[in-house]
Design a protein around this ligand. Structure first.
Ligand code: NAD
Length: 297
């Protein structure tokens, strides 16, 4: 067990709840805040933690603040705008903020500059592995930030993840995460297309999945998504369509911002954004497969 730290955890959603639970399990003193106050309260009741509806109170408690929010927009809002900017106004100098959301690396660098002027350090540490690995504390964590600050927070991150990668200065974690999810989203869109084509020609999608899993087309999608969530009709990965569409767009936008022509990124981003607009961002992302299959009929 690492040294006990006083942690303010913001965003008790699908991922944040099990991650914060593992921090409590790691011996840390967690105070939880969510814009949906009942989520923070439920978390506090279920674990040995406190909940607050006041960002000033959270600031007074925390030596480390962790955000696990949908996008960069909510991260900036929670830190610098909500309740009159109470969090950034009241955080002590030397506090470290760890943004574990899958956020926009360019926005993260801008936020890092704003917080640094207040004596607050920012680390980006997005995760991969989904809800199951958030629960068992084995997330992959991609960490960006200044080396000394990263070293200071690694024992805390170790309570939530197994593979901790230091990938570069601030923003690199978020860039890495967006690029990883771009690959996963590409694999998913391509596999969906392959199944639609195969089914129409007379192949059985379950047999196709078995063949792919023993062949070179194998991926996380073929091993853990197609049968478990799509063919079964479960559609229950716990990862929302709007969040994946956001991640792919971050990767496509990043390419554009740094002057790289990324035609695959543009196309895949368009496919996922279109599915989100048709179905609604809150749907499970695996439902995009049903949408694409219906469109091709
Ligand atoms: P979620 O929607 O389940 O949870 C987000 C939480 O943030 C909610 O409880 C919501 O009420 C709260 N919130 C929203 N705006 C807020 C604000 N301004 N202030 C305070 N709280 C606010 O999302 P999630 O699935 O837990 O994902 C969180 C982040 O992790 C996203 O960036 C997502 O892309 C990323 N991620 C998700 C998964 C997954 O499998 N679900 C996996 C890896 C990474």
């Amino acid at each position: 067990m690492s040294e006990t730290r006083r942690i303010g955890f913001i965003g008790l959603g699908n991922m944040g709840t099990p991650m914060a639970a593992n921090l409590v399990g790691g011996g840390h003193a967690v105070m939880a805040y969510d814009i949906a106050a009942d989520r923070a309260r439920q978390f506090a009741q279920a674990h040995s933690a406190r909940a607050t509806e006041s960002l000033a109170e959270l600031a007074a408690h925390a030596e480390i603040v962790i955000t696990m929010l949908p996008t960069s927009r909510e991260v900036r809002e929670a830190l610098t705008e909500a309740q009159g900017g109470a969090l950034a106004e009241n955080l002590r100098r030397g506090t470290i903020v760890i943004d574990m959301s899958s956020a926009d690396p360019v926005a993260t660098r801008a936020l890092g500059g704003d917080l640094a002027r207040r004596g607050i350090a920012l680390v980006d540490a997005p995760v991969s592995g989904g809800v199951p690995r958030a629960k068992d504390g084995t997330l992959a964590i991609m960490i960006g930030g200044d080396a000394a600050t990263v070293a200071a927070v690694k024992p805390v991150l170790a309570a939530m993840g197994k593979n901790l990668f230091e990938v570069g200065p601030l923003g690199c974690g978020h860039a890495m995460k967006a690029l990883n999810n771009f690959l996963a989203a590409t694999s998913s869109a391509a596999a969906s297309e392959a199944i639609v084509i195969g089914r129409k020609f007379g192949l059985d999608p379950a047999v196709m999945t078995d063949v792919i899993n023993s062949s070179t087309g194998r991926s996380f999608v073929s091993e853990s998504l197609i049968k478990q969530h799509v063919l079964s009709g479960v559609f229950g990965t716990g990862f929302a369509l709007g969040l994946l569409a956001k991640d792919v767009k971050i990767a496509a936008d990043l390419a554009e911002q740094i002057g790289i022509d990324a035609p695959v990124g543009r196309l895949v981003s368009q496919l996922w954004s279109e599915a989100r607009d048709a179905l609604g961002g809150e749907q499970d992302h695996s439902r995009a497969w049903a949408h694409w299959a219906a469109k091709s009929e």
